[in-house]
Design a binder for this molecule. Structure first.
Ligand code: OAD
Length: 242
């Protein structure tokens, strides 16, 4: 641990599960989908550019519901421990989250990339501006920048789109001494491949998840259990060793 200076941490839906936000596998009937009460939509029916072009009302409803839930949840011990590490870690640190909730930010993490976008953000397809968004968006939303209505979409990276800040993430992965993955199933690329890049470039690798992820063979160490217990323990451990 004494040789560790640069850390990259990847988080997924599992870190927010204990705050009351469901992971993707448990969203509907154990399937990866969204239950509107009337029907279950496969996640890809509401999280692709094609789905948005076909049925913008449905896609907006999905994200409006998820955005509304943010008010009812709060960061948990795992988010808070990572914010503490960010504040106290003397070396380089980058927290990359696949989550579109705002719980890392609300916990106080600063060196943060939301690679799949944010529920609390909108993106105008007319003027290409991105801006903070609270409340429902819906089909008739007006752009606060150019004033056009009906051209604002959720600022979310959908399947088939390029995640944000990949160059910065790739550079951090190549330069890190330790790569840590928390609460992610390892099913969705490119995030699922980060461990292999870091490992190839010489980093030690640690996974903390409720169960071994799909990529667990790539990790030097796998700790299984709830993030709210494992993450504060690990943060305590790594800060004590510096
Ligand atoms: P998943 O829902 O695929 O996986 C969540 C992981 O967290 C699972 O392996 C769970 O076992 C684990 N888990 C659940 N509760 C936990 C807890 N309390 N503590 C620790 N681990 C826990 O979510 P992601 O891997 O984040 O993409 O999914 C990746 C991407 O797929 C998402 O960002 C989203 C989705 O489709 C887009 O929307 C583009």
């Amino acid at each position: 641990m004494a040789e560790i200076r640069n850390i990259v941490i990847l988080t997924g839906a599992g870190i927010s599960q204990e705050s009351g936000l469901p992971t993707f596998r448990t969203m509907a009937n154990g399937e990866m989908g969204w239950d509107t009460g009337l029907t279950v939509h496969p996640l890809e029916d509401v999280a692709t550019p094609e789905a948005f072009a076909r049925n913008p009302e449905l896609v907006h409803k999905f994200y409006d519901e998820r955005r509304a839930k943010l008010d009812a949840v709060a960061p948990n011990e795992a988010h808070r421990a990572l914010a503490r590490l960010d504040a106290e870690w003397p070396g380089e640190l980058l927290l990359v989250t696949q989550n579109v909730d705002d719980l890392h930010e609300r916990a106080g993490s600063k060196r943060l990339i939301q690679m799949h976008g944010e529920l609390a953000s909108g993106w105008c397809l007319r003027c290409n501006e991105r801006f903070g968004w609270t409340g429902p968006m819906g089909e008739r939303a007006g752009c606060p920048n150019c004033g056009t209505t009906g051209m604002v979409r959720p600022d979310i990276v959908w399947f088939g789109e390029m995640p944000y800040e990949m160059e910065r993430i790739d550079e951090a992965l190549r330069n890190c001494d330790l790569f840590v993955s928390i609460g992610t199933s390892g099913a969705v690329y490119p995030a699922a491949g980060f461990v292999q890049t870091a490992r190839y470039c010489g980093a030690a690798t640690l996974e903390m998840n409720l169960e071994p992820s799909l990529g667990s063979i790539y990790f030097d160490e796998s700790r299984t259990g709830p993030a709210s217990e494992l993450v504060p323990e690990w943060v305590e451990q790594i800060l004590a060793a510096t």
